[in-house]
Design a protein around this ligand. Sequence first.
Ligand SMILES: C[S@@+](CC[C@H](N)C(=O)[O-])C[C@H]1O[C@@H](n2cnc3c(N)ncnc32)[C@H](O)[C@@H]1O
Length: 230
Amino acid sequence: MARKRRGGPKRADAKQRVKTARGRSNSSTRWLQRQLNDPYVQEAKRVGYRSRAAFKLIDIDDKYRLIRRNMRVVDLGAAPGGWCQVAAERIGPEGRIVAVDLLEFDGLRGVDALVGDFHEAETQEAVRARLGGHVDLVLSDMGASATGHAATDHLRSAALAEAAFEFATEVLADDGAMVVKLLQGAEEGAYVARLRERFAKVDRMKPPASRDRSAEMYIVARGFRDAADV
Ligand SMILES: C[S@@+](CC[C@H](N)C(=O)[O-])C[C@H]1O[C@@H](n2cnc3c(N)ncnc32)[C@H](O)[C@@H]1O
């Protein structure tokens, strides 16, 4: 089957305005207005992706060609399932995805989904048990809700990225890859340096689908090496 290039939307349609409703705060009115005017939200709806985040994985994978047929993939912070949809399309019916999130989300064909906090050992153990062996690709789009305090949000994001990396070192097959979200900040350099000790290539990418005003970026690490080979 040909690789689908669904790409991002081309242009925004005429702006929609949202009236401030009684009981709706200014920030939720602004959020709603942003959603209604966001071409990625509109495109996700049109093509049936569960989240605009799906386009970020498309951007990343179209650049780095990480996802291949029949791969075994783990998706951390998977709800509502946009990345799972993209990964499932690209690995095909013989591939396998184990996904985990704090939140429950609707099932998807070919995706084995678990609910749990990835910071907890028992959640990681449950994911490992479902994997039953090595994987080719670890995806982590985990993100805690924003506090609005940049340094705090960065540290929370770094803790999730660290948990994803530690887990990846246990489950990745030789030459495997990892994509992880990180909000930019003080820990970024040290984190990338740690990844460089275990992966042959480590790149940072801000996908076009990622909002300019967001501090998020993605780290793409390829060529995993087992500790014994480092
Ligand atoms: C940006 S969303 C992921 C979107 C998803 N990639 C998609 O395409 O639909 C981030 C997710 O990370 C999850 N998350 C945050 N902290 C987590 C944790 N400690 N364990 C598991 N999931 C977590 C959130 O519940 C949220 O659903």
